[in-house]
Write a protein of this length. Structure first.
Lengths: 181, 181
DNA sequence: CGCGAACCGGACTAGACGGTCCGCTTTCTG
DNA sequence: CAGAAAGCGGACCGTCTAGTCCGGTTCGCG
């Protein structure tokens, strides 16, 4: 697989988009058939490109993590780490919210190096931001990048069970405020 | 089914305990076979007592909600609602932590009146506590019993993905602190 | 344009799981 | 203690789904 043929490349994009949509709507248990249907390709095409269901999930997840990584690198340029960290939390929340099932059950995908590496890189980069925020006294001690990621993901997940559509905003605010010293 | 025969009663208890254990360990998708195995009864025995998988989950969940309800009624006697609410949050967290999958995917069980009623009753009772805490200025506005339940459940769930075993404590603390005005 | 390689997709397989059924066993009552 | 009723549990069925395979199609290069 040196380079993909044009139709294969097109289908790959369609599958990734369809998978992201399906996960967002149906959770991580969205079936391969459903994803194939949304992408407008055959069941077999999905399975050939991604040897297992988890490999597909891993591909979608690592894409999203890369996006967050790009964002947090920009935020590192900001003078005020506390503000930057808060902005990152909101961005991460937005990402989780868009993809819902992005981080629920992410453990199953940690065996894939692409996900594990991307996650580690993200944690390291966010870690820098956190250390600077610590020095500024903007957030409490005892929480690392993994903790913050988990809390944000949890707040979003909690809002999925809520009736009111704006719950996620209030929940994330509780977490943001709870991060302070 | 006027009254259960002695062996049936015994098996019922075994099934409920085994189910709680299984949910705690494997999440809400624990199979009926697994639960039956843990209870030391046959697959058929479980299915006869509970017509569907969700009915069993509903039974376990409503038991736990009743326990919390008893607790929160005691807390209503306390003079300081803010402190009492905080204690309730910790109790709820402990309950979620013990049963893990207790509140993940609870929506599927809301069709069962036992769960819906118990949940409503709990929300009403916690609501009283919250209103008093509001009057005391102990917590922020804009959050109701459902929100707090969701946030606590989320914090616990977040800690399940964490490597460190004591994460749940820190996460719940973030939520507790975030509840303040 | 033509040919080989890459790719597509539906049919198929295998395994997991929820729920039913019925012959056998245990409990309760008179 | 004996008969009837309640309960037990494993075999069985239908369904769902992940992953494989191969005959037919499309692409891209020469």
């Amino acid at each position: 697989m040196t380079v993909l043929r044009a139709d294969a490349q097109r289908n790959l994009s369609l599958i990734l988009e369809a998978a992201a949509d399906a996960y967002a709507e149906l959770g991580p248990d969205a079936t391969i058939d459903e994803i194939a249907r949304r992408a407008g390709v055959g069941h077999g095409t999905v399975c050939r490109r991604f040897p297992t269901k988890d490999a597909l999930r891993a591909a979608v997840i690592s894409l999203r993590i890369e996006e967050l990584l790009t964002h947090v690198r920009e935020l590192l340029e900001r003078p005020d780490a506390g503000v930057a960290l808060e902005e990152f939390v909101w961005a991460a929340a937005e990402s989780c919210r868009r993809d819902r099932a992005l981080f629920e059950g992410i453990e199953q995908c940690e065996g894939f190096t692409e996900v594990a590496d991307a996650k580690k890189e993200l944690h390291d980069t966010v870690g820098k931001l956190i250390r600077r925020a610590h020095r500024e006294g903007a957030i409490r001690r005892g929480l690392d990048a993994r903790d913050i990621g988990a809390l944000v993901g949890a707040a979003i997940q909690a809002s999925l069970n809520a009736e009111r559509g704006d719950s996620w905003h209030r929940y994330v605010q509780v977490v943001v405020d709870g991060l302070r010293p």
